[in-house]
Each structure stands twice: as structure tokens, then as C-alpha cells.
Design a protein around this ligand. Structure first.
Ligand SMILES: Nc1ncnc2c1ncn2[C@@H]1O[C@H](COP(=O)(O)OP(=O)(O)OP(=O)(O)O)[C@@H](O)[C@H]1O
Length: 276
């Protein structure tokens, strides 16, 4: 045992064996989903993938209750982005259920999700660099152009940068500022659910913190959030609940505090083994 009470594995092989052992124990207790009517959004036992015959998600379950911030964390290649893309209709569901307010959204294309109040911010290439901030936000309001001025005022209140520099080209902004534009654009349709794919990826620690604070603010303004994050520790501190995915399956689920204090989660995903 190590000083913090966790098991210490010695060689790379032992680490891998130990990791597999813990993972097998974890996935043996699948996440509870309840019924569709219990949740704002429910993804139940989803199977999905890109190439025919190869599944990346192997039965993932995730729920979102009104008012929550839910985190999806896990190692590289675990299927986190695939899960969020599948929820947003960008990847077809092969098996499983997908509901919004109890009604099936399985098979709906992404614009159908936007019409039903779901916004999505992809991880990369999430702004139009040759357009101004204002034009980027107009693109976000394409389904309700008449509501532009009203929504712009609301979004600029949440992200003051967007109002202050509305004529600046998005391509001239820093990575952190672009992330604000991308989130602002997704909020132009007044969504009730916002899906964020690694919003802090590639940002300096100061901008990462700003993104986390903005996500909290957006949530306090009434938007329920599902966010995939690579900065697992910080994300678990600000979220209500989290899911740890591993190899396309649910490994651990709990409140942010429970996951941050779970010895197996610490060892596998937040501590030394995470870097092994
Ligand atoms: N467009 C694609 N076509 C085929 N395979 C893909 C595609 N996108 C991702 N994959 C594969 O799906 C698996 C899961 O990728 P995904 O991006 O969902 O992982 P992730 O958990 O988000 O990891 P990361 O933190 O590295 O982004 C990986 O093995 C990846 O190579």
C-alpha cells in the first residue's frame, strides 16, 4: 500500500493488470438510469461507433436533471466526445435509448436537437474565423433571426467580451476568447441543455478557470450542462455529478465530491496511474 492508502503497482505490466482489475470491478455495477420521464435528458445503454461493426460506445448510460452541471471524464480514447456527439445526433445510435423530457430524440439530426433546445459546442474549429463576433452569433441565431438583438443582449451580459468587441474578427481572438464566442453562439438559441466538448482544451490555466466560471454562470442563468473535460479534477469540483468513462463503458458515477474522494477514481484517473 502507498502512503495515501492506494495500492502501488510496480511495473508497467502490473499497472496495466491492476488497472484492468479495478475497471472490471467498476463496470460490473452499471449506472442506474431510471425511466425517461425522470430526467431532462436520458442516454441509456448507448451503443454507437464510426466504422460498421466497430462499437466505440459499448452501453453508456448518462442522465441529466434540470439545473445540473454533469461532467464526463476519463482517459484518452474512452469515448467521451463520441458520447456527446451521439447525444447531439452527429453519430447514429446503434442500440439504446435517447430521450429529452421523456420523448425520444433517437435518430433526430443535430438541427432537430437545436430546435428542441439543445446547444452543442464542438472541441475544435468551433468559430468562423473570418466572421466577426457579431456575425458568429448571428449564425447561432439562424433559426430565430428576429430574436437576435434580444438574445445578443442576454449573451453579452454573460460574456462581456462579446458585446465589447462585437466587430472584431473571431480569427483575431485568443483560444480562450474564441471559446467564449463558441459558447455564446450556442446560447443564442436560448437552449435548456448545453453540451460542451472539452471547452478548456489547449487553454492556459487562467483561461481554463475563466471557462469553468462562465459555465457555472451559464448554469446559474438556467441552462443545464453536460461537459466533457480533460481537466478532470477542476471539473469535478464545479460539477454536480460526474461520469467516468473507460473503453466506452461507464466505470464510475457519483457527485463531483464523491468521485474526487473515491480512492479508485483517484488512483486510476486523477493520480499516478492516470499518467502511467
Ligand atoms: N471520426 C472517427 N472515425 C473513426 N474513429 C474515431 C473517430 N473519432 C474518434 N474515433 C475513435 O473513437 C475512440 C474514442 O474517441 P473519442 O474522441 O470519443 O475519445 P475521448 O474519450 O473523447 O478521448 P480524447 O480525450 O482523446 O478526445 C478512439 O479510439 C478514436 O480513435
Amino acid at each position: 500500500m502507498s502512503e495515501d492508502g492506494g495500492l502501488r503497482a510496480e511495473s508497467a505490466e502490473e499497472i496495466q493488470e491492476h488497472r484492468e482489475e479495478l475497471l472490471e470491478q467498476a463496470v460490473a455495477e452499471p449506472a442506474e438510469a431510471g425511466s425517461p420521464g425522470d430526467h431532462l435528458l436520458l442516454a441509456k445503454e448507448l451503443v454507437a461507433g464510426y466504422v460498421p461493426g466497430v462499437n466505440i460506445l459499448n452501453g453508456c448510460t448518462l442522465t441529466l436533471t434540470e439545473g445540473e452541471v454533469v461532467a464526463i471524464i476519463g482517459p484518452n480514447g474512452a469515448g467521451k466526445s463520441t458520447l456527446i456527439k451521439t447525444v447531439f445526433g452527429l453519430i447514429p445510435v446503434r442500440e439504446g435509448e435517447l430521450t429529452l423530457r421523456g420523448a425520444s430524440i433517437k435518430g433526430l439530426p443535430a438541427h432537430g436537437l437545436v430546435e428542441r433546445g439543445v446547444g452543442y459546442v464542438p472541441q475544435t474549429r468551433n468559430v468562423f474565423p473570418s466572421l466577426t463576433i457579431e456575425e458568429n452569433l448571428q449564425m447561432g441565431a439562424y433559426l430565430r433571426p428576429k430574436a437576435f438583438a434580444e438574445r445578443f443582449a442576454v449573451v453579452a451580459e454573460l460574456f462581456p467580451l462579446l458585446g465589447g468587441r462585437r466587430k472584431a474578427k473571431a480569427g483575431s481572438l485568443s483560444g480562450g476568447e474564441r471559446q467564449m464566442v463558441a459558447m455564446g453562439r450556442a446560447l443564442m438559441m436560448d437552449p435548456s441543455v448545453l453540451l460542451l466538448d472539452e471547452p478548456t482544451a489547449g487553454l492556459s490555466p487562467i483561461y481554463q478557470e475563466e471557462v469553468f466560471q462562465r459555465v457555472k454562470q451559464v448554469n446559474e442563468a438556467g441552462v443545464s450542462v453536460i461537459m466533457v473535460e480533460q481537466n478532470a479534477r477542476r471539473c469535478l469540483q464545479i460539477c454536480d455529478r460526474g461520469y467516468v468513462l473507460d473503453q466506452g463503458r461507464n466505470a464510475y458515477t457519483g457527485t463531483g465530491a464523491e468521485l474526487l474522494n473515491d480512492p479508485n477514481v483517484i488512483e486510476l484517473y486523477l493520480g499516478t496511474l492516470a499518467k502511467a
